[in-house]
Design a protein around this ligand. Structure first.
Ligand code: F6R
Length: 368
């Protein structure tokens, strides 16, 4: 059942190239335009939307943060991302021109379900991004994009996360197509970049043994920081969450630019800091990230740096270097999260923890 792997989680990490390919399958019509089968919202309804609120919990929330960057960039629609457990308790402003996007792997998360019920009661349209056919959240939504990840058994979400990202990118591109905010060629180009991702994830997985070795070096560390910028920021949060839930260690993710506003006080000699470096195409972002890394190194942190291959400026900043394939900045989470999943899985395993059934956690959280 585990295909020779010791944990379902490890098996599911390795299934991600397949899962991403499946999530992309059949999304292009004969005319080359994007099609989303279970969309069920008309083009006119989509054109009338003037605001999007994404609601989700945990890892799905971090996928939603990436979606905000993609949707705002490609579609020029304002997007808020909100924890589903907070949403209905703060009297949110939603109406018929708001699209609420609920992201849930299980489709049964009670916080998210209650949030969509609240949104629908205010007459807003709800679109679910979900993995589980026929589960409650898509049944109660106006439209759905299924992730097609296949069953996820490990409690920690892995292929769930990457296929949620794919579904979010598809939604963003579809909205751009309908609203005409991007040319067809540009949309096709991004779809092709997405179609290249499975092979790029394979390249990262081929380095699994190196990442495992790196993780085992850190079995005695008790605290970790994760830094990112732009789309790398939610990846930092996701990397930290994986380490908390599997290895029961203190781990925090920060936007690298926030360091100087407080968190840098946490840095002491030897503290492992995992840094997700944006691709070089975005020079300002890249420069800013390097100076953030320099700040923690100057205080004795041990930096584990994830940067794209061929980044010739990175060596002096990295105590350990993990190279990532070259992808555009908005798609980088799809490849950058893989080493972080491998790292958390191996560290937890080396510490003797049950990776598939971490303490105190359940696969689907059906209580509010
Ligand atoms: C983290 C994890 C949880 C879930 C969260 C939402 O690895 O699995 O944080 O992401 O409970 O679950 P879904 O997506 O099923 O609504």
């Amino acid at each position: 059942q585990k295909d020779g792997h010791d944990w379902f989680m490890r098996k599911e990490i390795h299934e991600q190239p397949r899962a991403v390919a499946d999530a992309l399958l059949g999304r292009r019509g004969v005319d080359g335009r994007l099609q989303l089968d279970e969309m069920r919202l008309s083009d006119q309804e989509l054109r009338d939307i003037d605001k999007i609120i994404i609601i989700a919990a945990g890892t799905s929330f971090y996928a939603g943060m990436v979606a905000k960057y993609a949707i705002e960039h490609w579609c020029r629609i304002p997007v808020e991302v909100e924890l589903s457990s907070e949403f209905r308790y703060r009297d949110p402003i939603v109406d018929y021109s708001t699209l609420v996007v609920a992201i849930s792997q299980s489709g049964e998360t009670a916080d998210t379900l209650q949030a969509i019920r609240h949104a629908r009661a205010q007459r807003s349209k709800v679109l679910a991004i979900c993995n589980t056919n026929g589960s409650t959240i898509p049944r109660e939504s106006d439209a759905v994009i299924y992730m097609h990840a296949g069953p996820e058994i490990g409690v920690a979400s892995t292929k769930g996360y990457v296929t949620q990202l794919v579904a979010c990118y598809l939604l963003a591109l579809y909205l751009a197509q309908v609203k005409g905010t991007r040319y067809g060629d540009e949309i096709t180009q991004v779809v092709e970049q997405l179609e290249a991702i499975p092979a790029q994830i394979e390249k990262v997985l081929a380095k699994a043994e190196d990442i495992y070795r790196l993780a085992r070096h850190h079995v005695d560390s008790r605290s970790f920081l994760f830094l990112g910028r732009h789309a790398g920021y939610p990846v930092a949060l996701e990397g930290a969450l994986k380490l908390k839930e599997l290895a029961y260690l203190h781990a925090e993710g920060f936007a690298a630019g926030e360091l100087k506003h407080g968190p840098i006080a946490l840095v002491e000699p030897g503290l492992p800091v995992l840094c997700i470096v944006p691709p070089r195409g975005r020079d300002q972002l890249h420069d800013k990230m390097l100076s953030g890394i320099q700040e923690v190194r100057a205080r004795g942190a041990h930096t584990i740096v994830l940067a794209e291959e061929g980044d010739d400026r990175i060596a002096p900043y990295a105590d350990e270097l993990v190279t990532l394939p070259r992808v555009p900045v908005l798609l980088q989470p799809l490849v950058a999260v893989i080493p972080l999943q491998l790292f958390a899985c191996e560290l937890a395993s080396a510490m003797g923890h049950d990776v598939d059934q971490p303490r105190n956690l359940a696969k689907s959280v059906t209580v509010e």
